[in-house]
Design a protein around this ligand. Structure first.
Ligand SMILES: NC(=O)C1=CN([C@@H]2O[C@H](COP(=O)(O)OP(=O)(O)OC[C@H]3O[C@@H](n4cnc5c(N)ncnc54)[C@H](O)[C@@H]3O)[C@@H](O)[C@H]2O)C=CC1
Ligand SMILES: O=C(O)[C@H]1O[C@H](OP(=O)(O)OP(=O)(O)OC[C@H]2O[C@@H](n3ccc(=O)[nH]c3=O)[C@H](O)[C@@H]2O)[C@H](O)[C@@H](O)[C@@H]1O
Length: 433
């Protein structure tokens, strides 16, 4: 099939390359010419495991190309909209400027029978608005909403082998076209839910709201555990054995960040308020508040461990990305903690295997390193903020030789407290003794 993907960021670039790998003929379109230039030569503009390989293979096959001209999308049977929907400046709602601009730019290039399939995460009601507009100006084309559930770090696998497909459609024809796009996943037995626009849009924000709530739930338990000296990691193991609860997404720590969970729960709240149903999701404000409190808690612990003030003390912050195996620093708890410590006068050195460039672009005031040894050198305090494999594997005895003082905050509860204490460290986790 001929496919276009409009917006080639974390979602769109992977989608374009993966669709071409599956045998479709794909053009990726983005307004960012630098991004397009890099993608076109097989050099991904961001870090995502497995993307370089499928990008180069798809480019080599001749089935994938990139362009900054929306006219190059002409002739495609399906146009995926994968542009950003960030939090609007000065508010909590989603900024739909990019969706509207991409949609408008596509209108003159829609072939008869073409399907415009929205992938971006949007407030409920967006698809209906765009479909009505399409019916007016390009009635020969159809709209569908096909939300995306990929996780960064696993984006390639999640795109090729999604755990479910959701189509919001008004006509069975649009659903048939999407079935042809995802033929291999469907053949492999991927569950597929065909529904209306509003349900499809809500599925996406509900899924992210649920995940955010699960993380904040365990972080709320961590707050209580801290007060009474209980261990939240054991608590999570114990409740997680109940298959109705499940152990996944119950890791307490510095909380959730990234380009999606935080902005999606805020946008959902804002949309529900617009709809007069604010009270239905008022709990998401608590979810957000619990999450942000965990970052402050780390800063407080740092102060406590350093005798009341971090001023002038060297703090090594391990990790700046919002999670390992990604270079994404959008709303990253790790970076936020580093910035807060710096703001309090600490001599922060932040280190990350992939995220330094992005972090520096946002917070040039911080000192960065790509070498863990440099960051640890004569540190008064170590904060493990993102659980990259290399930080999880740190040896307490060896690490001790680099630092000025053996104090560590394990912001992800991934180290063995006994081993670190036995090696002479003052160890503090989050919600565990
Ligand atoms: N990153 C992720 O893991 C996932 C993201 N999503 C959703 O997908 C959407 C995109 O997210 P990301 O890829 O993370 O954002 P991103 O910011 O990495 O990518 C968005 C891209 O759209 C481009 N763009 C903006 N206006 C455009 C226009 N008029 N025409 C063509 N391109 C345009 C930008 O230059 C940028 O490259 C958001 O709605 C997000 O919530 C959904 C699931 C997973
Ligand atoms: O809409 C999106 O963009 C995506 O958002 C999340 O994916 P992602 O943001 O890539 O990362 P997650 O693995 O969900 O982690 C989100 C954050 O929660 C944190 N987290 C996760 C799990 C956990 O137990 N504890 C915890 O603090 C992570 O460190 C990270 O900061 C969802 O998992 C995807 O299904 C969804 O498609």
């Amino acid at each position: 099939m001929r496919i276009s993907v409009i917006g080639c960021g974390y979602l769109g670039a992977v989608h374009a390359a993966a669709m071409a790998e599956l045998g479709h003929v794909v053009v990726g379109v983005d307004v960012d010419e630098q991004k397009i230039a890099r993608l076109a030569v097989g050099d991904p503009p961001f870090f995502e495991p497995g993307l370089p390989e499928i990008l180069r293979s798809a480019l080599g096959s001749g089935r994938l190309r990139f362009s900054s001209d929306p006219a190059d999308a002409a002739g495609a049977e399906v146009h995926f909209l994968a542009v950003g929907t960030p939090q609007a400046a000065g508010g909590h709602a989603a900024d739909l400027r990019f969706v509207d601009a991409a949609f408008d730019a596509l209108l003159p290039h829609l072939a008869p029978g073409a399907v415009v399939a929205g992938k971006s995460t949007v407030p409920v009601g967006t698809a209906e608005r765009l479909a009505d507009r399409l019916a007016e100006v390009a009635p020969h084309a159809t709209l569908a909403w096909n939300p995306e559930f990929l996780r960064e770090g696993f984006a390639v696998k999640d795109t090729v082998q999604p755990d479910r497909l959701v189509y919001g459609v008004r006509s069975p024809e649009a659903s048939d076209v999407l079935d042809r796009v995802y033929a291999s996943a469907i053949e492999a037995g991927t569950p597929r839910i065909v529904t209306d626009f509003a349900t499809a849009e809500l599925v996406k924000v509900a899924a992210n709201a649920f995940l955010a709530t699960k993380i904040s739930f365990i972080n709320a338990m961590a707050e209580i555990a801290e007060t009474v000296g209980a261990d939240v990691t054991q608590l999570a193991d114990a409740i997680g054995h109940d298959t109705r609860i499940g152990r996944r997404f119950l890791n307490a720590g510095v909380g959730f960040g990234g380009g999606c969970l935080p902005k999606d729960i805020r946008a959902f709240t804002a949309r529900a308020e617009e709809l007069g149903r604010g009270e239905s999701v008022a709990f998401l404000k608590e979810v957000d508040a619990i999450n942000l409190r965990r970052r402050h808690r780390v800063v407080e612990l740092a102060r406590e461990l350093l005798g009341g003030s971090v001023h002038g003390r060297k703090v090594a912050v391990l990790g700046v990305t919002f999670k390992p195996d990604s270079d994404d620093v959008r709303d990253s708890p790790a970076l936020d903690i580093a910035v807060q410590l710096k703001g309090l006068g600490a001599d922060v050195v932040a280190v990350d295997p992939e995220g330094v460039e992005n972090a520096r672009a946002r917070h040039p005031q911080l000192e960065y390193s790509t070498s863990t040894a440099t960051a640890l050198d004569r540190a008064d305090l170590v904060v493990l903020a993102t659980e990259w494999a290399e930080y999880r594997a740190l040896d307490p005895a060896e690490t001790l030789r680099s630092v000025a003082a053996a104090r560590i905050i394990d912001g992800r509860n991934v180290l063995d407290p006994d081993a670190w204490r036995a090696a002479g460290w003052t160890y503090r986790g989050l919600g565990r003794p």
